[in-house]
Design a binder for this molecule. Structure first.
Ligand code: TRP
Length: 336
């Protein structure tokens, strides 16, 4: 039988709404990869706990994240879309991986260093330190071949590969060694008000971030107020024209035309036209996704049911892998 390669990826439930950057950078790719892969997508709520969270807010964000992925085309009857904490094997395998991970090795993770230095190293939790081994567990439980991630996660996937190889060497062939699939640089979206910074939910001002769940009118207004650059020529040039280049990238991602083709379209036209077209393109894609997401969120019982069925599917695979791992390292099987 010609089996599709297994894909695993995860997203943190760390905002009420996804933004254009997540949509173009991750969601669109994931949606497309469903055709070529046996895909598993995980809302990584245990990872979210590595920094302080408000419990009530976290709970809504988990549902909202799942709803937006489904609304945007992740099909929970084709792919597996589940919540990490619903499958206990993630935390359990992470523990075993912690025991084969060096303290120094974990200390070299740049994301840990960044996040820990932001709050002062003493404030960083043990959970934050162990973030990468939990991520490795996510990936390794499912015999994953391909892991689509942003550039910032590449080091974590490299660690995952090292741990898989190390375990296999010490305890016998157990894990598939996964490959990172790094998203193309062209898919990078920048802040509308500060187009040299990546668009991010942690931006200082909300006016540069376009949220999937924003009202369409608010989205259009934000885009029309995007900063542009000196001059009047619509041309892609990240160094000289970061604002215009960002708008061209967005329009190309949402409208399907190449950047070169777009540059030709705007010869002799101004920034105003460009912004109007970007606003229209984004709203026409986001509007139906937004409505569908709000519909799903209106019926949390049904959403929870879908997530439950998907968690059962994930659990079956994960439990199997964990049982093998426990056996390989010499733990005693529990008789039932
Ligand atoms: N660390 C990833 C991020 O912040 C999220 C994540 C958790 C993940 N587990 C994963 C991504 C497994 C890919 C595979 O973006």
């Amino acid at each position: 039988m010609n089996q599709k390669p297994r894909l695993f990826s995860g997203m943190q439930p760390s905002a009420d709404s996804l933004q254009i950057g997540n949509y173009v950078g991750a969601l669109v790719q994931w949606r497309n990869m469903q055709a070529t892969h046996d895909a598993i997508f995980c809302v990584v709520d245990l990872h979210a706990l590595t920094v302080p969270q408000d419990p009530a807010l976290l709970r809504t964000q988990i549902r909202r994240t799942a709803a937006q992925y489904i609304a945007a085309g992740i099909d929970p009857s084709v792919s597996t879309l589940f919540v990490q904490s619903h499958v206990p094997a993630h935390a359990e395998l992470a523990w075993v991986l912690n025991t084969i991970t060096g303290f120094g090795e974990a200390s070299r993770m740049t994301q840990f260093k960044d996040k820990a230095s932001r709050g002062g190293t003493d404030a960083a939790s043990l959970g934050l330190f162990a973030y990468p081994t939990l991520m490795a567990a996510d990936i390794l439980l499912y015999d994953t071949n391909d892991v689509p991630v942003g550039d910032d996660q590449k080091q974590h996937v490299e660690l995952t590969r090292d741990l898989a190889n190390r375990f296999n060497t010490r305890f016998g062939q157990t894990f598939v060694v996964p490959e990172p699939v790094i998203l193309p640089e062209g898919a990078r979206i920048y802040d509308l008000q500060n187009p040299i910074a990546k668009m991010s939910k942690s931006a200082i001002s909300d006016s540069g971030v376009v949220w999937l769940l924003d009202e369409p009118a608010a989205t259009a207004k934000k885009i029309r107020s995007a900063v542009t650059d000196a001059g009047r020529e619509v041309r892609f040039d990240r160094g000289e024209k970061p604002g215009v280049s960002n708008l061209l990238t967005i329009l190309s991602s949402f409208g399907g035309s190449s950047i070169t083709a777009l540059e030709e379209t705007y010869v002799g036209r101004g920034y105003g036209d460009l912004k109007k077209d970007v606003a229209e393109a984004v709203v026409s894609v986001f509007e139906p996704i937004r409505s569908r997401a709000l519909e799903l969120l209106d019926d949390p019982g049904e959403l929870d049911r879908i997530l439950g069925v998907n968690a059962d599917r994930a659990n079956e695979i994960a439990e199997d892998t964990l049982a093998t791992v426990y056996d390989r390292v010499g733990l005693l099987p529990r008789r039932r």
